[in-house]
Design a binder for this molecule. Structure first.
Ligand code: SAM
Length: 228
């Protein structure tokens, strides 16, 4: 399957069954045990990241790009902390859900800018570019290009999380849980941390912080790369 095919499948998935599934996982309603585990794991990634950013003490007014924002799980706390957020996603349904959630949570204050956009189409410059749990949709040979591109949008910091390939065998079964039912054809790509670090360093980035969030069905390596 080519990357273009992958992208079409991903877009269609997140505008249909994937939307239903993930907006529930990234919500607070009732879900099954596996989905609850993924919800908790993902929330831990978001909380860890917000902890990093808040510890730096400069979030108010900071320009942030949330690339592949989903339903706004990170966009909203970033905006609540005063950041100027630009958020986009390939799925119109996810973006609309994010916009609605943001309007409620932020009560009209400091609303992010939302757009339906593929990562590749993103332009502009932001202090910080963040791409959480999206690279799972990108094959390894496309990741270097994606890091180049996202890095070109970032003035000082690029933060990304991905499913690490070191856990490949034990994780394979669990990754299957990400795409149940008819959407099973959607591929899930794991990435070697060493490859991601190499790609970042080749572009002049230095790894400042890293963490691994792991629950039974969710695992995500997050790297913060900075430029002085
Ligand atoms: N980053 C969000 C978060 O952590 O809450 C959402 C993570 S969700 C697992 C993956 C998201 O990536 C989906 O909303 C999907 O539509 C989006 N996505 C996948 N491929 C994309 C692409 N090429 N460009 C933009 N968004 C993409």
């Amino acid at each position: 399957m080519t990357a273009t095919d992958d992208k079409t499948v991903v877009r269609e998935y997140f505008n249909a069954t994937g939307f239903d599934r993930w907006q529930r996982i990234y919500g607070d309603g009732e879900v099954n045990k596996v989905q609850l585990d993924i919800r908790k794991g993902h929330q831990r990634t978001v909380d860890t990241l917000m902890g990093w950013l808040e510890a730096d003490g400069n979030l108010a007014g900071l320009t942030c790009c949330d690339a592949g924002c989903g339903v706004g799980s990170l966009t909203i706390p970033l905006a609540q902390a005063g950041a100027q957020v630009y958020a986009s996603d390939i799925s119109a349904k996810m973006v609309e859900e994010a916009r609605q959630r943001a309007e409620v949570a932020l009560e009209g204050k400091n609303l992010p800018t939302f757009e339906v956009k593929d990562l590749e189409e993103l332009a502009g410059r932001y202090h910080t570019v963040i791409c959480l749990d999206v690279l799972i949709h990108y094959p390894q040979d496309k990741v270097q290009g994606m890091i180049n591109h996202l890095g070109s949008l970032a003035e000082s910091r690029l933060i990304m999380s991905f499913a690490p390939k070191t856990l490949f065998y034990s994780a394979l079964k669990k990754v299957g849980e990400f795409f149940p039912g008819p959407s099973k054809t959607t591929r899930a790509y794991l990435h070697r941390e060493a490859d991601i670090v190499k790609a970042l360093e080749a572009d002049g980035w230095r790894i400042e912080r890293r963490t691994l969030t792991k629950t039974q069905f969710y695992f995500s390596r997050m790297l913060e790369a900075v430029k002085d």
